[in-house]
Every structure is written in structure tokens, then in C-alpha cells.
Design a protein around this ligand. Structure first.
Ligand SMILES: [Fe+2]
Length: 135
């Protein structure tokens, strides 16, 4: 079951939006690899790929927040850090147990739910701020 990026998720900041789209692609690739029962090696590859991308993307947002003095930096950064923590847990479990049905549902749910919520609530506010305060 693939999840698609839709216009209502747009933050209005080109770089952030294109990275969000790429994140969706990579999460879809992970969920796909899990549900097709791909081998451990391939699964680990997809997870690492996604993990690296998430870190890069959060870093890009945080850099912009700092550069433009975003007032809710700490709160926003905490959500990013919490996500990375949860992601590491899931990654460990996937690597240990392989893609069990339970785990795949959890992965799917956590990644998409979190991402949708975070984009809708936090990143949109950030996007509006960045736009308003750009020179
Ligand atoms: Fe964010």
C-alpha cells in the first residue's frame, strides 16, 4: 500500500517539499521490500538509505530554522530527534527479526502517520515562517 505526497502537504518551500516527496518514495520502497519478503541484505540496504535521507532532510530544515531564527526551533528539533530515536528502534527490530507482519504494520503506521502529522502541523508552520522572513 503506497502513500502519496499530495498538494495539501506543501510547505511552500521548494527544497523541503521535494525532500518530503523523496521521503515518501523511500518509505514506500521500505514498506514494499518488507511486504514482498525481500532478503535481509536488501531490507537493510533500504532501511539505511531511508535513515540517511531522514537525517539529511532534518538537517536541512534545522539549518534553515537556525539561519532565519525560527522561534520554535527547540520544539521542532525535538520532534526530529524523537523520530530518529523511534526509527532506530524499528530498524534494530527489523534487522533482528526480519519483516514480521506485526512489525511491517508498525513500520508503515509509524513512518507515514508521523510524517503526515509532522508535515501538517510543524513543517507547514515552518514553511510559512521561512517564506515570510526570507529576504
Ligand atoms: Fe520538520
Amino acid at each position: 500500500m503506497a502513500v502519496q505526497w499530495t498538494e495539501d502537504l506543501a510547505t511552500g518551500i521548494e527544497e523541503i517539499d521535494s525532500q518530503h516527496k523523496e521521503l515518501f518514495n523511500r518509505i514506500n520502497a521500505l514498506v514494499d521490500a518488507c511486504s514482498k519478503g525481500k532478503g535481509k541484505e536488501e531490507l537493510t540496504g533500504v532501511i539505511n538509505f531511508l535513515g540517511d535521507y531522514v537525517v539529511m532532510h532534518f538537517g536541512a530544515e534545522e539549518k534553515r530554522m537556525k539561519a532565519q531564527g525560527f522561534p520554535d526551533y527547540d520544539k521542532h528539533k525535538k520532534q526530529h530527534d524523537d523520530f530518529i530515536g523511534e526509527f532506530r528502534d524499528l530498524k534494530e527490530k527489523l534487522e533482528q527479526k526480519g519483516p514480521t507482519v506485526d512489525l511491517v504494520i508498525k513500520v508503515n503506521h509509524f513512518l507515514f502517520d508521523w510524517l503526515m502529522n509532522h508535515i501538517r502541523k510543524m513543517d507547514k508552520v515552518l514553511g510559512a515562517f521561512l517564506k515570510k522572513n526570507s529576504n
